[in-house]
Design a protein around this ligand. Structure first.
Ligand SMILES: [Zn+2]
Ligand SMILES: [Zn+2]
Length: 183
């Protein structure tokens, strides 16, 4: 869904959508499971920068909720993450800020972005909001044992015989020897 500035100038647009997986391109970082619901309002706010310098900003307020799946940082098994968040964002025309603004019109909780040409894509905004809301590092469980770096087995479901290896001082000595022997 694109918000066209000239349409928003006539009246604000309320939206209430269910987006199918793929509508918002999350790249490799996450996968959307089921519908992504988003509702809110888009409107134009005129920013007076001088008698002949009025900038049409788009203010986008709303919320989204959905289920996402990301790989566990240790064992790469998929982990489901339900997300729900609100946003209140201001988008300026990309060409408006070639010079830094003298003052900010926005409240501290409002973030500033930019829109290209004459429209703003809701899907682009949601992609950024979803990716920002995802935890930086996800574990399938706090004590995930991860993948054995030597044999590749998922240590949560299977024990492997290399487990004790690196911790045993005798193995360390042997490993040292092996390094010396290597050409
Ligand atoms: Zn894991
Ligand atoms: Zn192993």
């Amino acid at each position: 869904m694109d918000f066209i500035v000239s349409e928003l100038e006539r009246e604000p647009i309320d939206f209430d959508l269910e987006l199918v997986p793929g509508a918002v391109d999350l790249g490799q970082q996450a996968e959307q499971i089921g519908q992504l619901a988003s509702s809110g309002r888009a409107e134009v706010i005129h920013e007076n920068r001088g008698p002949k310098d009025i900038v049409a900003d788009i203010r986008l307020r709303g919320r989204f909720s959905g289920n996402f799946q990301v790989p566990c940082a240790r064992c790469v098994e998929p982990v489901q993450i339900p997300l729900e968040a609100e946003f209140d964002l201001i988008f300026r025309p990309a060409e408006a800020d070639t010079e830094p603004p003298e003052r900010s019109i926005t409240a501290p909780e409002t973030e500033i972005g930019y829109y290209q040409k004459d429209s703003l894509s809701l899907e682009d905004v949601l992609r950024e909001q979803v990716l920002l809301s995802l935890p930086v590092r996800t574990l399938c469980k706090p004590d995930c044992k991860g993948i054995c770096p030597r044999c590749g087995v998922n240590r949560n479901s299977q024990a492997c015989s290399c487990d004790e290896g690196p911790e045993d001082p005798r193995w360390k000595a042997l490993a040292g020897l092996r390094d010396q022997v290597k050409p």
